[in-house]
Design a protein around this ligand. Structure first.
Ligand code: ADP
Ligand code: MG
Ligand code: MG
Length: 651
């Protein structure tokens, strides 16, 4: 969701004119905050998930499923209970980009007890129950990564008409009313990204070529009112989309972890970075865009292109005159540097040298200074008049302004001012799944990975160019089964970083020298998850860890079912949501093998999704045939007492 400052948004020209001011003070705020909090120690291993839901309205007579633009009213209702009881209400609700989205998180983060894993699914269920109470009978909350007919005529309720000649997005397909109206941030971001770029964003996703898909696939965009920008921006054989809403209107599943101290947070950030493409492929859930089957299975490149505010100079298409940097990626993309070691950061980092100097002079070390100075090559894309002048000793809004509009695979989150929150990292790539069971499974798997990384000192880092190559592979159709991914061979060996630039590193085991290139290999996701020959596998490591710690019977039973889901998806015994959606579409009687996902297919698909998420229908190609976790709203007091005694680092 990002920073929701209150106030009146400035125009793009006013915001641009204040960009240096925001950056200068943002850096100062970070330095001040860092100085205060760098030696914070012994924070708890808190963690929490974020799930984004879409509100879908079904018309059973007309057989339509539309996005209901009622998030503002629904949120108002949802937040009432939280406002009355901020300390103890079990859920938290926040707005998201679109007027059909809401974001739900647990009321407070989970802690270090194993029994906390048994609360996640029950809390997600409670969230669904809470939303449903605010919805009409024909509306339903769906945890859907991408609404298949987003941007098709009549996709919203009430119906909306795009205004290509005016407004924030100027989209041919997506009216401004579909942007969340309850806070000006989202509209302002949309307008400013377009104005900064100098034209609309152009999102092109390869279309899935079926037997009767036109060849080449080229749409006549004049039917939507295109006067040329669409024709220039769209590519043949691609699904074309033209505004921020197509990306930021997708839902996802994110998990945030608090570390005990800053060094641990930096290490976690680094070790989780190579897992991003793997988990994106494993959670793939979005194969349809603007009513067409695509050749991608995930949302990632759609969002990256949807907020790409780089100018032609910044893209390297014209010599630099007005702008300062050639930038290799969108603001929404993968990370460009590690935080605990430079040895594997082989992407040439673009960073603001002056701000870097300020950071170094402010006592920040080289790696962290480069990370922040890299985030700060961007302009602020929303600024409120009331927030221009801040007290850098206490405020952090300018820092958060830039930080929260760098939407990367991982986010390193400094503690907010005046809080008892510690250094955190956020794992951001995963696609949201239809059921609470699956979302709890992916969340639990990732949290257990952090435990295993910290307990066994695992090292996953490989050169970032290889992580980027993996990310490209992870988008592709059926990547989970078809692709191989660069992965570190010896994740147990504690290699120290190379002393020299020549990338030769000293391995601890036996003192022999080895090159970075010899440290990684290419593995399938099945091998990564289950292990192979001398590669131990992530699941066996988690199981080892579970054997070492005390777990009550119910929690063990629940976790076992979550790990089974991950295992079955990695093996291909169960389909990813993306594959399941493809198969549903392609075997629908109305499907004409032309890549088109019609209104009737969309209706039947989403109805089925709703039934599966309700548990009133099952499909054992997607989910295990018996799902019976012992998830519960509370930790039984006897277990709480027993586990607290055993865990000396628990809240
Ligand atoms: P974002 O900036 O990504 O929107 P949120 O503030 O919405 O982040 O929180 C994301 C998740 O972090 C939520 O699940 C929340 O419960 C969890 N969380 C809150 N406080 C902490 C903490 N101290 N440590 C770890 N996770 C936390
Ligand atoms: Mg959030
Ligand atoms: Mg988040």
């Amino acid at each position: 969701m990002g920073l929701l400052s209150e106030g009146s948004p400035l125009s793009w020209e006013e915001t641009k004119a204040l960009a240096d001011h925001v950056r200068k003070h943002g850096i100062q705020q970070f330095i001040n905050q860092f100085k205060r909090l760098k030696s914070r120690k012994r924070d708890y291993l808190y963690w929490g998930d974020e799930v984004e839901y879409m509100l879908v309205k079904f018309d059973r007579e007309r057989k339509t499923a539309k996005l209901s633009l009622r998030a503002s009213d629904v949120l108002h209702e949802l937040q009432k209970a939280e406002k009355q009881n901020p300390q103890s209400h079990p859920t938290t609700w926040r707005p998201e980009y679109a007027a059909y989205m809401v974001e739900g998180t647990p009321g407070k983060p989970y802690g270090g007890l194993m029994a906390h894993f048994n609360l996640v699914e029950a809390n997600m269920r409670l969230r669904r129950t809470e939303i449903k109470k605010c919805l009409a009978e024909d509306e339903f909350p769906l945890a859907l990564t991408c609404f298949p007919r987003l941007g098709c005529p009549g996709f919203s309720s009430p119906d909306t008409t795009p205004t290509p000649e005016a407004g924030a997005s100027r989209s041919l397909f997506f009216a401004d009313e579909v942007i969340f109206q309850g806070h000006p941030r989202f509209r302002t971001l949309t307008r400013n990204i377009r104005q900064r770029r100098g034209k609309k964003v152009a999102i092109n996703i390869p279309v899935f070529k079926d037997k009767y898909t036109p060849d080449p696939f080229v749409e006549d965009l004049t039917q939507y009112g295109d006067t040329g920008e669409g024709a220039t921006g769209s590519k043949p054989d691609h699904i074309y989309m033209d505004c921020m809403g197509f990306g930021m209107g997708c839902s996802c599943l994110q998990v945030t972890f608090q570390a005990c101290h800053i060094e641990e947070a930096r290490n976690l950030y680094d070790q989780l970075t190579p897992l991003c493409p793997i988990m994106l492929a494993l959670s793939a859930a979005s194969p349809v865009y603007r009513g067409y089957l695509s050749d991608n299975d995930t949302r990632w490149t759609v969002i990256a292109q949807s907020v790409d505010d780089r100018t032609e100079e910044e893209m390297g298409l014209k010599p630099l005159e007005k702008d300062r940097f050639v930038i290799n990626k969108s603001r929404y993309d993968s990370v460009d540097s590690y935080l605990s070691s430079s040895a594997y950061s082989d992407i040439e980092l673009v960073y603001d040298k002056d701000l870097y100097k300020d950071l170094i002079n402010g006592g920040i070390d080289d790696l962290l200074a480069k990370h922040v100075a890299h985030l700060f090559i961007r302009d602020p894309v929303s600024l409120f008049s009331e927030k221009v002048n801040q007290n850098d000793e206490v405020d952090t809004d300018h820092f958060e302004n830039i930080q929260s509009t760098n939407w990367q695979t991982m986010r390193f989150k400094p503690p907010p001012p005046d809080s008892n929150i510690g250094w955190r990292v956020e794992f951001r790539p995963m696609e949201v799944q239809l059921t609470d069971f699956e979302n709890a499974a992916f969340t639990t798997f990732m949290v257990l990975m952090t435990r295993v990384i910290l307990t066994f000192g695992l090292k996953f880092i490989i050169p970032l160019t290889k992580v980027d190559e993996n990310l490209k592979r992870s988008f592709k159709r059926d990547a989970v089964l078809e692709q191989k991914f660069y992965f570190r061979k010896d994740i147990l060996t504690d290699c120290s970083p190379p002393e020299a630039e020549d990338a030769v590193i000293q391995c601890c085991d036996g003192g022999k020298k080895c090159n970075i290139q010899d440290q990684y290999t290419q593995l399938s996701i099945n091998d990564i998850i289950h292990g192979k020959e001398d590669f131990p596998g992530l699941l066996p490591l988690i199981e080892n860890y579970m054997d070492m710690v005390e777990i009550d019977v119910d929690t063990r039973c629940t976790i076992k079912q979550y790990l089974n889901l991950i295992s079955c998806r990695a093996k291909g015994k169960l389909k990813t949501t993306a594959r399941w959606i493809r198969d549903f579409v392609q075997s629908h009687p109305d499907y004409k093998q032309d890549s088109l996902v019609s209104e009737s297919i969309n209706y039947d698909l989403l109805l089925k999704c709703a039934q599966i998420s309700e548990g009133t229908q099952s499909d054992d190609t997607l989910l295990p045939s018996t799902v019976d976790t012992k998830t519960s709203d509370e930790i039984p007091s006897a277990i709480l007492k027993e586990q607290k005694l055993m865990c000396n680092n628990c809240p």
